[in-house]
Design a protein around this ligand. Structure first.
Ligand SMILES: C[S@@+](CC[C@H](N)C(=O)[O-])C[C@H]1O[C@@H](n2cnc3c(N)ncnc32)[C@H](O)[C@@H]1O
Length: 230
């Protein structure tokens, strides 16, 4: 049997490295605070999660559902979204669907900084209710940013110009069902996934993988896969 050795120096170095990366991202993202409405939304969102952070909210939700793996939450650094917007040439008014939007920070950025019409979809009620509450307080009934409590498989994709999925922990069956639902996308719509391409699934007969880009999430390097509806 293989022995697993614990090296405290290695563990401490790994933790320090992750912490430094998190701070690098955070400080880099302060440049978006030149947009006062985004700065306000971001600070208020952070305040809303002071009692229980988003990782804990997600973990509690998954525990209540009896899921085996409850540590699935993570957030996309804003610089990766900026990269997606540029690479896909997304322009103000384009409709962006974020599947599994978490607490919605990315959606506020996509709408308030990139100018996209943004729909955040998540099945965790706390995430959607807090994000929608904040959006209504800051922006009123504005239709260009909406948060929807739903399972990603139940989304109507007919109007989406771009779909983003950072679906760590999505099981294979769920992704297969999601791909089937995405058959309604219009021609040339973008589908961007982190870590795995959808073309690995047999259901994926209508998406073409056009590019893959190496990116740096807080937890390490992975690829973004860019597909287009044929
Ligand atoms: C890894 S987090 C990504 C959060 C956010 N998209 C980001 O990139 O910062 C995945 C999110 O997907 C949500 N999620 C997982 N399965 C889902 C499903 N079947 N329907 C809706 N949301 C789901 C989780 O609640 C979680 O908020």
């Amino acid at each position: 049997m293989n022995k697993v050795s614990f090296n405290p120096f290695h563990s401490a170095a790994t933790a320090l490295h992750a912490w430094l990366r998190e701070w690098r991202d955070y400080l880099g993202e302060l440049r978006y605070y030149t947009r006062p409405r985004f700065a306000l939304a971001d600070l208020l969102l952070a305040w809303l999660y002071l009692p229980h952070n988003a990782y804990r909210v997600s973990r509690t939700f998954l525990e209540q559902r009896g899921e085996a793996d409850v540590f699935r939450y993570g957030e996309t650094p804003l610089r990766i979204l900026a990269h997606i917007v540029k690479r896909c040439d997304l322009q103000p008014g384009h409709r962006f669907f974020e599947l599994g939007c978490g607490r919605g920070r990315t959606c506020f950025w996509l709408h308030l900084v990139a100018g996209l019409t943004t729909f955040g979809i998540d099945y965790v009620p706390t995430f959607v209710h807090k994000a929608e509450w904040l959006k209504t307080r800051l922006l009123g009934d504005r239709q260009g940013l909406r948060f929807v409590l739903a399972d990603v498989r139940d989304v109507d994709f007919t109007t989406a110009d771009a779909v983003y999925l950072y679906g760590t922990g999505f099981d294979e069956g769920l992704i297969g069902d999601l791909i089937t639902a995405m058959a309604d996308l219009h021609r040339d719509a973008w589908v961007i996934t982190a870590s795995y391409p959808l073309t690995d699934w047999p259901e994926c007969t209508f998406l073409q993988l056009v590019d893959q880009i190496e990116v740096d999430y807080t937890w390490g390097r992975t690829h973004l896969y860019l597909h287009r509806r044929t």
